[in-house]
Design a protein around this ligand. Structure first.
Ligand code: FAD
Length: 327
C-alpha cells in the first residue's frame, strides 16, 4: 500500500491555502491509485474548524497542537514529521513549496535518507512514486525527474489558480498526544516578522501586481497596493525594489526570491532580467507595463503596454473602479 503524508503548514494558526491545495491535488492522484491512503500532519495550535469543507477525499489529519510547535523550529518539526512517517509507514511526503519547507525538506531528506524533489509543478500521472515535472532554465522548459530512493519528499509549487473546494470528503482529525520536545538551542528566534493582517503571500496569490525600479520609490508602490486591493491580489517586487528598501524581502520574486504561479501577473517597471523571470515561468498570463519597448519583459508578456507606469496605472485603476462599480 502507498502511504502519503501531507504537511499542512500554518502561520499564526492559519493553515496556508497552498497546503490545502496540495492535499487536494494529492487526493486527486490517489483516486488513480486505489491502493493508497493519505494522512496529514498539522503542527502548532490552530482551529481545525477552518479546514471544514476545504479538504477533499478521505484521510486522517494528525494535529500536534502544543504551543512548542506554534513557531517554526526546524529541529522540532523535523522530529515530529519523521516520527509520524515512521508510525504511519509513509513512503511519500508532500510539502507545499514555501520558504519554511525549503528549509525543512532538505534536513528531512538527509535524516530519512529520502530522495528530495523540490519545486515540482506537476506529477506524471503514470506513477506517484514515479516522475514529476519541474521547471528548469528559468521556467522556459519542464524536465521530468524520477526519485532514486523508495522514500521520497516532494515540495510542490502552488498553481494558485486551482480552486480549493471539496465535494465529497471524510476527514478524521486526531490530536497527537502531548510529547516532550526537547530542542537544542541551535535555532533561536532572532526576529519575528509578522505580515500585515489580511496581506496575501505572493506564493499563494492568484493575482500579483509586481513592481521594479521603474516604480521610482516606496511611494510609487502605493499605486500597486491600490491595484492589488481592487483585484484581490498581492503585491510583489523585483530584487532591485527590495534591495532599495522599498518593499519587504518576503515580496521578492525570482531566483533569490519566491517562485510564483499566479493566473495573472502584472510586471510594472520591471525590465525582465533572467533572474526575475526564473520566478514567474509558471504564471498563466503576464501583463507588462514598461516605457522601454525593447525591455526583455515584453518577450515573455502576453499583453504589453509601452508607457510610463505613472500614466498607465492611474488610468487602469480608474477604469477598474468604474467597472467594479457597475458590476
Ligand atoms: C545571483 C542573482 C540573483 C538575483 N535574483 C533576483 C531575484 O530573485 N529577483 C529579481 O527580480 N532580480 C534578481 N536579481 C537581479 C536582476 O539581475 C536584476 O538586476 C533585477 O531583476 C532588475 O530589477 P528591475 O527590473 O526592477 O530593475 P531594472 O533592471 O533597472 O529595470 C527597471 C525597468 O523599469 C523601466 N522603467 C523605468 N521607469 C519607468 C516608468 N516610469 N514607467 C515604466 N517603466 C519604467 C525601465 O525601462 C526598466 O526596464 C538577481 C541577480 C543576481 C546576480
Amino acid at each position: 500500500m502507498n502511504k502519503f503524508l501531507v504537511f499542512l503548514e500554518q502561520r499564526e494558526g492559519v493553515v496556508k491555502k497552498a497546503s490545502i491545495e496540495i492535499w487536494n491535488r494529492v487526493q486527486g492522484l490517489v483516486s488513480a491509485w486505489p491502493d493508497s491512503a493519505v494522512s496529514g500532519i498539522l503542527a502548532g495550535p490552530a482551529d481545525i474548524g477552518q479546514l471544514n469543507g476545504l479538504l477533499a477525499g478521505k484521510g486522517v489529519v494528525y494535529h500536534a497542537d502544543e504551543e512548542c510547535f506554534g513557531l517554526y523550529n526546524q529541529e522540532a518539526y523535523a522530529r515530529l514529521i519523521a516520527d509520524t512517517m515512521k508510525r504511519d509507514a509513509s513512503t511519500v511526503l508532500f510539502f507545499a513549496d514555501s520558504s519554511l519547507t525549503r528549509d525543512l525538506a532538505p534536513r528531512l531528506s538527509v535524516s530519512l535518507q529520502a530522495s528530495l524533489l523540490s519545486g515540482c509543478l506537476l506529477f506524471n500521472q503514470e506513477g506517484i512514486a514515479g516522475s514529476c515535472f519541474r521547471p528548469v532554465y528559468s521556467g522556459t522548459a519542464l524536465a521530468s525527474f524520477l526519485p532514486a530512493r523508495q522514500l521520497t519528499i516532494y515540495t510542490i509549487l502552488s498553481r494558485g489558480m486551482v480552486e480549493v473546494t471539496a465535494t465529497e470528503s471524510h476527514i478524521d482529525f486526531m490530536t497527537l498526544q502531548p510529547q516532550h520536545v526537547a530542542v537544542s538551542d541551535l535555532f533561536p528566534v532572532v526576529r519575528r516578522i509578522v505580515m500585515r493582517k489580511g496581506q496575501l503571500d505572493v506564493a499563494e496569490a492568484t493575482t500579483i501586481v509586481a513592481g521594479g525600479r521603474g516604480m521610482g520609490g516606496a511611494e510609487g508602490f502605493a499605486l500597486l497596493d491600490k491595484l492589488a486591493a481592487l483585484l484581490g491580489g498581492a503585491v510583489g517586487a523585483s530584487r532591485t525594489a527590495v534591495d532599495e528598501g522599498w518593499r519587504a524581502h518576503a515580496e521578492q520574486i525570482g531566483q533569490t526570491g519566491k517562485t510564483v504561479a499566479p493566473a495573472l501577473y502584472f510586471a510594472c517597471g520591471i525590465s525582465g532580467a533572467v533572474q526575475h523571470l526564473a520566478g514567474i515561468g509558471s504564471a498563466r498570463i503576464v501583463v507588462a507595463i514598461n516605457c522601454d519597448r525593447d525591455a526583455p519583459i515584453f518577450d515573455v508578456a502576453d499583453y504589453g503596454i509601452v508607457g510610463d507606469v505613472f500614466v498607465v496605472l492611474p488610468k487602469l485603476i480608474d477604469e477598474l473602479q468604474e467597472y467594479l462599480k457597475k458590476k
